[in-house]
Design a binder for this molecule. Structure first.
Ligand code: KIV
Ligand code: ZN
Length: 518
């Protein structure tokens, strides 16, 4: 029987650090859907965003706080009054909330970025924690870039932060520079040297620049860290954060070496991974541990033979325990509205209004006419598009589309768009049907954006599977994703392009938490 001291808190930051991956920004509705999936996965803490970044970010954190009942909802704040107050207001509706405040402590960050003396950094940290403590009784403090900070200085600032009321101390390896033994040594020495260390939970937040985020996090657990900050699919700034699925399964599989446990419902891992990939457009590499499509596939004859004789010859985990193989065929052409709604409920897909449900059901019916078997992943895609169509500004929509592609001929796309209520028609030739479609759209919209990514994935298997297209565009430093799915991948591409263009047409400047001062 594990004691409370052996509980490892899983702090998910997919909605905050994960969103800092260029192009992974999410709408409020998308964040709420992911938060619901994280709740079903039973993470302990959901870091929902950085409320001071923009009004949109504030509202997203607030919407998550209003929705989630079985996890603590956290908002990030730099160590200044405005950020703390915004974070406090955004998480206020949550039954259990947390403010996470941070300030950089490495010499290079203090001198070059903050332009503050070390004493001033301590003063700001103490003031921030103290102010946050008036708004919430659960406060996390992070000395940013701790992995490259002077340990003596870390001891001083952390001791002061705990005295000021911090309940969790998080040690970030912000630039992914540390090696496992070194990082473990840092955690050990801080816990040994800081007199009030036992008054806080110790946490780690590792980046993956050297591919060591998970290894560093687990090394810290062996030194007493009892919270790990991580993201689904390892999403995050640059090379990403420690992958939640790898942390959880390592702890579960290697109890001999890591004697602690999480409350994660592991069968929700793969569905959550797919949802995050679907919403962000960041697909998972096939050989990715746990959630890659090949993670449990045995190709070599010797391995197959071994597994058939006795599974443990080559398998250390069971695919079904992490949620593989649970995409049951669910609905078809004859399924009614109640069946549709109840399966969506089981998948955690909630429609805020009757209009959203109607739109999704309508799209489901259209899909069922084209595709015999409708899987859970198809429903997720249908819901994503229906909610986007209802909630976001869709000033441009596709009314009709035709494309001609023939051996030896240049493909031509013809389309009709509705632009701000008016129907417009255009046609264009291109190197391929998708190129022709995008050129026909460009001709009507005077698009001045750079295409950063175009990717197509099959949502399920089979030649009748829906193609899910992600288009990433950049204009004036702003990066947006657009998604489209259809059994016809050229139509899916045109819809994804229009979805991204509609998002570019809306305003939405946001601040990055780690680039501009305090
Ligand atoms: O990487 C980092 O240092 C962070 C902090 C805000 C915790 O994301
Ligand atoms: Zn980070």
């Amino acid at each position: 029987m594990m004691s409370e001291a052996d509980r490892l808190t899983i702090f998910d930051t997919t909605l905050r650090d994960g969103e800092q991956s260029p192009g992974a920004s999410m709408t409020r509705e998308e964040k709420v859907r992911i938060a619901r999936a994280l709740q079903r996965l039973r993470v302990d803490v959901i870091e929902a965003g950085f409320p001071a970044a923009s009004q949109g970010d504030f509202e997203s954190v607030q919407a998550v706080a209003e929705t989630i009942t079985d996890a603590r909802v956290c908002g990030l704040a730099r160590a200044n009054e405005q950020d703390i107050d915004r974070a406090g207001a955004a998480i206020a509706p949550a039954p259990a909330g947390r403010i996470h405040t941070f300030i950089a402590t490495s010499p290079v960050h203090m001198e070059k970025k903050l332009q503050l003396r070390p004493e001033e950094v301590i003063e700001r940290a103490v003031a921030a924690v103290g102010r946050a403590r008036h708004l919430c009784d659960d406060i996390e403090f992070s000395p940013e870039d701790a992995g490259r900070s002077d340990p003596d200085f870390l001891c001083r600032i952390i001791e002061s932060a705990i005295d000021a009321g911090a309940t969790t101390i998080n040690i970030p390896d912000t630039v992914g520079y540390n090696l496992p033994a070194q990082f473990a040594g840092l955690i050990r020495s801080l816990r040994e040297r800081i007199p009030n260390a036992d008054r806080a939970v110790w946490s780690v937040h590792c980046h993956n620049d050297l591919g060591l985020a998970v290894a560093n996090s687990l090394a810290a657990v062996r030194e007493g860290a009892r919270q790990i900050e991580c993201t689904i699919n390892g999403l995050g700034e640059r090379a990403g954060n420690a992958a939640l699925e790898e942390i959880v399964m390592a702890v579960r599989t290697r109890q001999d070496d890591l004697p602690c446990d999480t409350r994660i419902e592991t069968r929700e891992i793969v569905p959550t991974s797919k949802l995050v990939a679907n919403i962000t457009g960041f697909q998972v590499q096939p050989n990715k541990a746990i959630v890659g499509i090949n993670a449990f596939a045995h190709e070599s004859g010797i391995h197959q033979d071994g597994v058939l004789k006795h599974r443990e010859t080559y398998e250390i985990m069971r695919a079904e325990d992490v949620g593989w193989g649970t995409n049951r065929m669910v609905l078809g052409k004859h399924s009614g509205r109640n069946a549709f709604r109840s399966r969506c409920d089981e998948l955690g897909i909630r429609f805020e209004t009757a209009a959203q449900l109607n739109e999704a059901f309508q799209r489901f019916k259209e899909l069922a006419d084209k595709k015999h078997e409708i899987f859970d992943e198809d429903l997720q895609a249908v819901a994503t598009e229906a909610v986007a169509a209802m909630e976001e500004d869709q000033s441009v929509t596709l009314v009709a589309f035709r494309c001609c592609s023939e051996t030896g001929e240049t493909p031509v796309a013809e389309l009709t768009l509705q632009i701000d209520g008016e129907e417009r028609h255009n046609s264009a030739a291109g190197d391929g049907p998708v190129d022709a479609a995008f050129k026909a759209i460009d001709g009507l919209l005077n698009v001045q954006a750079e295409l950063l990514l175009y990717s197509v994935n099959n949502i399920t298997t089979g030649t009748d599977a829906q193609g899910e297209v992600t288009v990433r565009l950049e204009r004036g430093g702003r990066v947006v994703n657009g998604q489209g799915s259809d059994t016809d991948i050229v139509i899916a591409s045109a819809n994804a392009y229009l979805n991204a263009l509609n998002r570019l047409r809306t305003t939405g400047g946001r601040t990055h938490p780690q680039t501009d001062g305090v």
